[in-house]
Design a protein around this ligand. Structure first.
Ligand code: R5P
Length: 291
């Protein structure tokens, strides 16, 4: 088995290859003057089992096209088993038709990946497991929660773990079980036109006087987390820790979290982060263990 480091890995490819003592081949890439991507696998691959690591953080469309180009080139080199590891799977939130006529983006992407020649897919904490089933090959889910829990357990004892919407409850449950504490959710609703988030229901468990750990899969604009922080603060929470797997932090999202009262923001390295702002949890070992 060898590792092929894609054009967007945030260093995870190097760490995984060193943890598993596997050869790492780096993709050569450049951008043509008109903006088109060029990729090249710099050596003939004779290994039958290749792991491609490519995260799909912004610019996600570019990183996605580069991934398709690499996978099809590997197929042309007659590699038997192409495993694609995607630390952050973009487009996963458009996993159904919320409005008539909408594209189910994740379905198209996973179909194309399979058609390009990927035989196996491994994703760090997908939005929902079900959307991965659009990939008609072998699927693996990489769990970063045990690694996040190590940081959280150094900060607080028996916090209330809170999912900022019902869909994230399983994630909160997994974290709470490792921390041997309790968990619940609040319910949010999002305006499909403006994207604005509103909290619909309060948590069932008592928040007053407790440390709260909010956990979600993605922080994008920060809107969901800001609403949740405001709500638990209003209910008398002590310290509020904000954690998520994938941090996009669009615009001033980070600042909004801090201004709302977040004690600390804990996030993984599936997307590059600024270590002077957030606490970064490395998922490389979780990836290595899954391969
Ligand atoms: C949505 O269902 C996701 O799980 C996240 O809650 C959402 O993507 C967060 O987005 P934002 O930070 O813009 O509220």
């Amino acid at each position: 088995m060898i590792i092929l480091g894609g054009t967007a890995t945030n260093g995870i490819d190097e760490k995984v290859s060193s943890l598993l003592n596997l050869k790492l081949v780096k993709i050569e890439h450049k951008v043509f003057p008109d903006g088109e991507s060029y990729v090249r696998i710099p050596e003939q691959i004779t290994d039958k089992d290749v792991v491609v690591i490519q995260s799909l953080y912004p610019p996600q469309d570019k990183h996605l096209i580069e991934l398709f180009l690499v996978v099809e080139t590997l197929s042309d080199m007659k590699v038997d088993k192409i495993t694609v590891v995607i630390p952050y799977l973009a487009y996963s939130r458009q996993n159904r038709r919320f409005k008539e006529g909408e594209a189910i983006s994740i379905k198209t992407i996973l179909n194309l990946l399979r058609k390009s020649g990927a035989s196996s897919l491994a994703v760090v904490e997908p939005h929902h497991y079900e959307e991965l089933e659009y990939f008609e090959g072998d699927i693996k889910v990489i769990d970063p929660i045990p690694y996040i829990s190590k940081v959280v357990s150094q900060r607080t004892e028996k916090p209330l773990v809170l999912a900022p919407d019902k869909g994230a409850l399983n994630r909160a449950k997994r974290l709470a079980e490792i921390l041997s504490t309790d968990y619940t959710f609040i319910e949010k609703e999002r305006d499909l036109n403006t994207g604005e988030v509103r909290i619909k229901n309060l948590p069932e468990l008592e928040v007053k006087g407790r440390d709260v750990v909010l956990i979600d899969d993605i922080i994008s604009t920060g809107g969901t987390m800001v609403q949740a922080i405001n709500m638990v603060k209003k209910q008398g929470a002590r310290k509020v820790y904000v954690t998520a797997v994938h941090g996009l932090f669009i615009g001033d999202a980070y600042l909004r979290l801090i201004e709302a009262g977040a004690e600390e923001v804990i996030i993984t390295n599936t997307i590059p982060q600024d270590p002077s702002k957030v606490t970064i949890v490395d998922v490389s070992e979780a990836v290595a263990r899954t391969l």
